[in-house]
Design a binder for this molecule. Structure first.
Ligand code: BGN
Length: 284
């Protein structure tokens, strides 16, 4: 061996694990109304490659895939990327961002896009942790750690839209974090929720049925802002969701990751994220 090799090996071996709680985190000012371009965000995040980044000074404890179910919200995505890349880096996360976009003109199915994000990200890397986030929620405090925990974690428990309170105890929408094992244990989400609402309530019931509890960060550090927008027209729920939610435990083993069908139309590696465009079919 030559000396150069030896010293670089030593350097690699000596890289410490990143601390459980990264240093110097606190509240931050955000404005959901900012106007930014992809070019300007890229120029401020030159170390991000294909949506991925990892700390150089330490070895992160988790490999994290951030999955954003998406359609036609480019302005929101810019705001999200503008704030979240620096945010995740301050938290010393080893992460990649995936945007999963449903093709136009069919009813939106958020849950199915989340399942697809899990499957497709898993082909790229052996991620330990999957954080599913709506594109329109931005945390206001860096202490709200984008990490997985011992239990599935609900992270949008203090959103300005709901006066920083939980509107109801079993709310499980907006942002959730699952380890790979936790997500497999519930067979992902149901594929049967077309249109707005209910898929997150059903996921909550799966977690409970699988014998797990949910965690939430302290409300004082979980404060976040939702980007104001009108409900998309033509995206009403099918009205079947109440029935589906109550039967989650019965359906869990047959409706989810193991019954997921889709066709990828396009997979693009952008600087700030990987975008997966997918056809997911229509309600039966
Ligand atoms: C609830 C929705 C959730 C949503 C929250 C907060 C339903 C099911 C009705 C049977 N649940 O009402 O999906 O996260 O509001 O917006 O629509």
């Amino acid at each position: 061996r030559n000396t150069e090799n030896v010293s670089s090996n030593i350097l690699k071996d000596e890289l410490p694990m990143c601390p459980e709680v990264p240093p110097n985190l606190g509240p931050m000012d955000i404005s959901t109304q900012i106007k930014v371009t992809f070019e300007s965000i890229i120029s401020e995040n030159l170390n991000v490659k294909s949506g991925c980044w990892k700390p150089q000074s330490c070895v992160a404890q988790q490999k994290i895939a951030i999955i954003i179910p998406f359609r036609d919200r480019e302005q929101h995505l810019k705001v999200w990327l503008y704030y979240m890349h620096p945010f995740l880096q301050e938290q010393q996360g080893n992460y990649c961002v995936y945007v999963v976009e449903q093709t136009q003109n069919t009813t939106f199915n958020r849950a199915k896009l989340m399942n697809i994000g899990f499957m497709e990200a898993g082909k790229d890397n052996d991620f330990d942790c999957f954080i599913f986030s709506d594109v329109d929620i931005i945390p206001m405090d860096r202490r709200n750690l984008y990490r997985c925990s011992k239990n599935p974690k609900h992270m949008a428990n203090s959103v300005d839209k709901f006066n920083f309170q939980l509107p109801y105890n079993t709310l499980f929408g907006g942002i959730v974090a699952f380890s790979k094992q936790q997500f497999l244990k519930v067979n992902g989400l149901s594929n049967m929720f077309w249109g707005w609402g209910g898929e997150d309530d059903e996921l909550y019931n799966r977690v409970v049925a699988a014998g797990m509890k949910i965690e939430r960060p302290a409300q004082s550090i979980a404060k976040s802002k939702m980007i104001f927008h009108l409900r998309d027209p033509g995206n009403k729920g099918t009205g079947k969701s109440f029935h589906l939610i109550s039967k989650a435990a019965n359906r869990m083993s047959i409706d989810g990751l193991n019954s997921l069908f889709y066709n990828i139309t396009e997979r693009e590696e952008h600087m700030l994220f990987t975008k997966i465009t997918v056809q997911i079919g229509t309600p039966e």
